[in-house]
Design a protein around this ligand. Sequence first.
Ligand code: ADP
Ligand code: MG
Length: 424
Amino acid sequence: MNFDSLGLAAPILEAIAAAGYTEPTAVQAQAVPEALAGRDLMVSSQTGSGKTAAFMLPALQLLTVPHALAGNGPRVLVLTPTRELSMQVTRATETYGRNLRRIKTVSIVGGMPYPVQNKLLRMGVDILVATPGRLLDQMNSGRVDLSRLQLLVLDEADRMLDMGFSEDLEAIVSKTPASRQTMLFSATMEPAIVRLASAMLKDPVRISVDSQQAPHLNIEQRLHFADDMGHKNRLLDHVLRDAEMKQAIVFTSTKRAADDLAQSLLQSGFSAGALHGDMKQSQRSRTLQSLRSGGLRVLVATDVAARGIDVQGISHVINYDLPRQAEDYVHRIGRTGRAGRQGIAISFVGLRDRNVVRTIERFTAQPIPVSVVPGLEPRPRSASAPARPSDRPTSVRRHSSPDAPGRLRGSVFSNTASGVIVFA
Ligand code: ADP
Ligand code: MG
């Protein structure tokens, strides 16, 4: 397929060609025709799949036809979770819209001086790219008129929710015309996103590409057998002191364990912090901010809290406790290897976690190679320590009661599912 068949205007096609794009990505091929037909969209696809053009090309097409109403207010509003992402979207707009005359794109984000923003807004805007907090500020001071708005885009909606922008989003959307077209983009379609979508979208077309199950080829997975919690702690210490380690997210199965582990890492001299659902939103934002700025090197988190975190410096994901669901494993390891970088995902596996590993391997259709740290080998009893460091854990399987595999699997899973920590 090529771009010509999508129904875009010639100046836009020329700009795409000049950018070196020869064919649409999967998400673009599916989203652009529906968007041009005026439909609301709910799109999930991985980072790097080309979502920006998927919404920006139809947005630019919209601007090739003059608006019926005169005015200064934006016709397209793109909301993004972070300043960096706003800048990225603004740059993409300039690339894709370079052959269109008189299109004004303005970025309104926190940290930028108000007088500059006020002036930009006064001069008139076609495409406004903004983070929710600062936009709401400017709206409340009467500087943004959304009455001409035709298209609203929520980019990285999952991250906006994670960062606590839910109420700001509601307040902003309530000030937009009901006649608007709305597109929501997210890496995941977790329940909170589906709720947001059902409140803001009208009969959306759902598009889902690059299933979460797709193998993460740029993430190296490793498995360490651990005898007990003390062994896990020594392995963790070793991994965190590795020269390759830039920043890590360590997953625990409970909030309490996240707090305790963060505390003990702090005492060992690591710049560590916890992130979980019991923390106040302001604390969570501060923690995420310091992760993003690099001040925090080790984040100890639970699954829900870490959903959608996109920090390029995360070199390691460590499953201190294995997740309860295979899907969670995929979400967890996807926190590293962002933006095309290499990442390392390490899982600590107890004697009784073997069947969880097997379920994960089946789900991802990828074996997780076993790794051993010299001096920190597991006791032979618990680990069936492999002869070769990169062996698949097949040797483990031989030991796992071949006459009754179903019973064993059932009991291990009910243990983890009820939150019992296997090694107390
Ligand atoms: P996402 O928002 O899904 O993470 P982006 O829109 O940021 O992805 O695009 C990721 C990268 O892919 C960007 O560098 C962009 O220029 C490039 N890109 C997007 N669409 C295409 C395409 N059709 N052909 C080639 N490169 C593309
Ligand atoms: Mg994007």
